[in-house]
Design a protein around this ligand. Structure first.
Ligand SMILES: [Fe+2]
Ligand SMILES: [Fe+2]
Length: 259
């Protein structure tokens, strides 16, 4: 079987499984995902999950804050702080990738009836988990060990901006846009690392992540526009961008945090 054909087959099976299990408790779904799907997909496909990434045209040369919509560029001093704390920044990065995979799993569990959302996010789960493994591999190669997960102040602050008063449907827009924002900010940070780190291998390493996260940012916005009116998405996105800029302003720059 061709590799791409086996990827599509596996994704199709996974999507069918998720639909079949609609109504199953989140805990059971979690066990199925981490106990069955991830070991199976990673053993079958290895950590190279690029073929599972949706093909979204993106001009890398224009991956700037203005294209991503972010209103406050990261302080350029952050790269130099991060460079000095490689073990910490890679540890934080590894957990960010894990959380990105969990967010997609959670969205699929919460909205299994939304075909585009499920079909688009199922391969991203595998891709984000592949990113986590890549970061781990990079750490081991350098003789570094991942530490414990730390509180992610940036994400906690963003979650506080989520409007909780809406119904299940309305909450979807909030969750998709928060996910898009995290992807956009991660992309901007990876871009800084890929352009300004001293070591060439690390610059290349981060360029790969920058490309992926740019695609994810676009994907979350695209999913939002499938289920909500364009104007509604645009309006809420602008509000989130302003709130995010405020959060960035108030968070001190730290070399041991991705955000
Ligand atoms: Fe990622
Ligand atoms: Fe991502």
């Amino acid at each position: 079987m061709q590799q791409s054909a086996s990827h599509s087959w596996a994704i199709e099976k996974y999507v069918l499984l998720v639909r079949k299990l609609q109504g199953t408790s989140p805990k059971t779904l979690h066990i199925i995902h981490f106990g069955y799907w991830l070991p199976y997909s990673t053993l079958t496909f290895g950590i190279s999950t690029r073929n599972l990434q949706p093909k979204i045209p993106f001009d890398m040369a224009s991956t700037t804050s203005s294209v991503l919509g972010l209103q406050l560029p990261t302080d350029p001093r952050w790269v130099h702080l991060a460079e000095k704390r490689l073990e910490d920044i890679l540890t934080d990065h590894a957990y960010c990738e894990q959380k990105a995979a969990s967010t997609c799993i959670s969205l699929i569990q919460q909205y299994p009836e939304k075909q585009k959302l499920v079909d688009d996010l199922a391969p991203i789960v595998t891709e984000e988990w592949g990113h986590f493994r890549l970061v781990l591999q990079e750490m081991r190669k350098r003789g570094l060990e991942p530490g414990r997960q730390r509180k992610d102040e940036y994400v906690v602050a963003l979650m506080k901006c989520e409007r909780k008063e809406g119904d299940h449907e309305g909450r979807l827009l909030e969750r998709l846009l928060i996910a898009a924002l995290i992807e956009a900010r991660s992309c901007e940070r990876f871009k800084l690392l890929s352009e300004n780190l001293e070591e060439e291998d690390l610059r290349k390493f981060y360029r790969h992540f920058m490309e992926s996260e740019a695609g994810h940012y676009r994907l979350f916005i695209d999913i939002a526009k499938t289920y909500f009116d364009d104007n509604q998405v645009q309006e809420r996105w602008q509000e989130f961008l302003e709130e995010e800029a405020q959060i960035m302003k108030n968070i001190s720059i730290r070399g041991d945090r991705m955000h």
